[in-house]
Design a protein around this ligand. Sequence first.
Ligand code: ADP
Ligand code: ADP
Ligand code: MG
Length: 498
Amino acid sequence: MKKRLLIANRSEIAIRIIRSAHKLGIVAVVFQSDREPDALYLQYADEVIPAKDAGDEKPVFLNPEKIVKLALEHGIDMIHPGYGFLSENPDFALLCENNGINFIGPSPQLIRDMGLKTVAKSMAIKAGLPLVPGSDGPVKDAAAAKTFADSIGYPVILKASAGGGGRGMRIVEKPETIERQFKSASDEALAAFGNGDMFIEKYLQNPKHLEFQIMGDKHGNVIHLGERECSLQRKHQKIVEEAPSASVTEQMRKEMGEMAVRFAKAIGYYSAGTIEFIMDEDGSYYFMEMNTRIQVEHPVSEMITGVDLVDWQIRVALGEKLTITQNDIKLNGWAIECRVNTEDPQNRFSPQTGFIDKIQFPTGDHIRIETGVQSGAVVTPYFDSMIAKIIVHGTERQDAIEKTLNALENFTMIGLKTTVPFCRTVLRHPDFVDASYTTRWVDSVFTPEMLENEEEEMIGALAATIMYASEYLQLSSDIPSYKSDRLNVWVLNKRLNY
Ligand code: ADP
Ligand code: ADP
Ligand code: MG
């Protein structure tokens, strides 16, 4: 009998997991949510369970009881949670286990421990990892927060112990505002995560975000697959990621990788996991948190190591021993991932919803596309704005940058604005080219004017191509009218200086 795997997720990651399931001869089952009944991932699955969640307060992906009930009705053996949603919810993992369903991830207890950053940090100290100077566990109240921050000096960052997805954080510049900020952050964390505990860290002014991918089995073996640099962030959320990092020397990679493995072994970790570090301008680095799931940016690690992380998540869940050792892991070349979010970078990245009239991805040997949409798809306001990822491999960093830029040039989307023009601006910028960018780059360097030039350049090139095509090949009547209309309106607006 073939194993039956249910994916408690949607979009590109659902398709990614289906691919691994099929490779391993496993039946892939997904939910159809009434919030997006025609989603692309449904076409890839072997079986679709209608979730009938239209009247529910939350989509099925956030409803543990409903997921497990339907899983049992459909004879499901294992559940892959993907990322986001319930992927780091220990109660969900436990509910699966208690119902005899194999949850693909580490043990529920470790998900619980790592889900509280303060607990994770205390376990990291025990394993000898360096920590950002900060409070020892949560601070009691606003007054205690002020006393502590006064003692270590400003700026500080208030962080929700149960926070995630870049939320639940406040940067405090001066003592006058800390008590007010503490209260609002704590209330917000309580509402968002059901836990208002806050802790304090020294705020590093211009840091880099570096993270190590690890993989462990249920027999005590753990390896690391090198680092990713994810410093290109907006509102603490990653947009462009690369592997390896130009800021990590061979020596550092060895040290940090060994630390990551030591930590994972000390806590008895199995499955895929990520140990996040923050690196200060002077090169010192500190443990920040651990993510107990597959990450959005996992493909860059796969591209440079040749290891399929989702395959291994499933195989480990089935009890298999890792057949790869640390010595087998050789980093090959360079990979860059650009997240395609339906957000308008011209307009404070405001979310875009509606129809995708047309979407066309670049193709090529060194290009990997992970997408959850196709032409004609609808982007709803119910879910995250990331619709696709463009991942590119190069022989070395400069080659990867050039190939990624090339791939981005060959991405077309009509209907909604995306972060692709922003990614192009980033990859062309000297701070990216020389790898000096930090997590502050978007806030301190980026301005929307940097995009406009790009758009002009692109439309200029498009206009020239269309003129050439229509004059030389006499195709003018074949050019879709809406395209030339758009172009005409644009040219007119430019002439009139709008
Ligand atoms: P990654 O390191 O994989 O990029 P992110 O922090 O971007 O991780 O989270 C992955 C996805 O999960 C994003 O879509 C993010 O919005 C969502 N997410 C992560 N944690 C939470 C959370 N606690 N609450 C809500 N959404 C979350
Ligand atoms: P999340 O669970 O939301 O991913 P993290 O603790 O991983 O939270 O922090 C997210 C991001 O916030 C980091 O990648 C970094 O950009 C920023 N950040 C976190 N802690 C600090 C700090 N002490 N100093 C400066 N920036 C920080
Ligand atoms: Mg994080």
